[in-house]
Structures are given as C-alpha cells and as structure tokens.
Design a protein around this ligand. Sequence first.
Ligand code: CMP
Length: 157
Amino acid sequence: MLAEERTFIAIKPDGVQRGLIGEIITRFEKKGYKMLAMKLIQVSEKQAADHYAEHQGKPFYPRLVSYITSGPVLAMVVKGYGVVEGVRHLVGATNPMNADVGTIRADYAQMMEFNVVHASDSVASAEREIAIYFNEDEILDTWKTKTEELIEEDELL
Ligand code: CMP
C-alpha cells in the first residue's frame, strides 16, 4: 500500500496571469488529492532564495528568482497516496518541450522559464518547501476525502 504524503505545488506568475488557476487545480482535485492549504502570495526574495537554494550559482538563477517574485503565485499543500510522484506525472517534465501530451506543462507551456507550475520532487523537498511558505496552523487536515474513507474501510476488511 502506498503511503499518504504531502507535496507543495505553486502556480507560477505566468499561470496566475494567464487565468489558469482553475484549470490547474481541477486536475489535482479530480485525481482525488486532498487540498490542505491554498493561498495567493507575493513571494519574497528570501522565500525565493530558500526555495531555489539548489539552483544558486546556475546561469538561469537570477531570472528564476526575478520571475517567481514578479507577480502573484498560488501556493498549495496537497495530500494523497504517492502524491509527490503522482503530481509530477500530472505536471510533466520541467522542459515543456519534453512533457508528455496531456500533462499541465505540455498543454499550457512552451518553455522552461515559464513552465506554469512548480511541484516538489521528493517527500523531503516537499516538507522543506511547505515550511518556506506555510505555518502548520494554516494547513487543514481535519477532514477526509472519499479516497481516504474508501481506503480506511478497505483496511478494516
Ligand atoms: P521548477 O520546477 O520551478 O524548479 C526550478 C525551475 O528552474 C524550473 O521549474 C524551471 O522553471 C527553471 N529551470 C530549470 N532548469 C532551467 C534551465 N536550464 N534554464 C532555465 N530555467 C530552468
């Protein structure tokens, strides 16, 4: 049985400005993932530097930081069984040119710099990134999705 885990997803300024918030959230919701937290934020320089620490020093880093801080970002915490890998499948490859047809990046993006959405690449990254953008008291895990109910019932059989 896959474990339940949390992931961090951000709809980047290009996704927000192009009116894609609804389209993108719908894909995660329809999959049955649990929305634990969601807020529209202005990413600070400090949050951007913490989030993208692994890319510091790379040629694209200055543009990455200036872009992610250039406009509103929709930050989300999402929970589900194998959700880190599952969300990355729905999002598609970092470079939209290589993203599978039907993924968010293949459907809505043309280039790496403006790839519409960010999703954590591991459970450890997810927890690190969640802590950059959310306090635990903003994360609402006090309810059950249908998937959780079905799986809990199944485990009792
Ligand atoms: P994201 O999932 O937000 O994680 C880091 C981001 O850096 C990535 O999406 C891309 O938008 C960007 N990125 C990664 N590699 C490159 C690259 N070689 N050139 C330009 N941007 C990149």
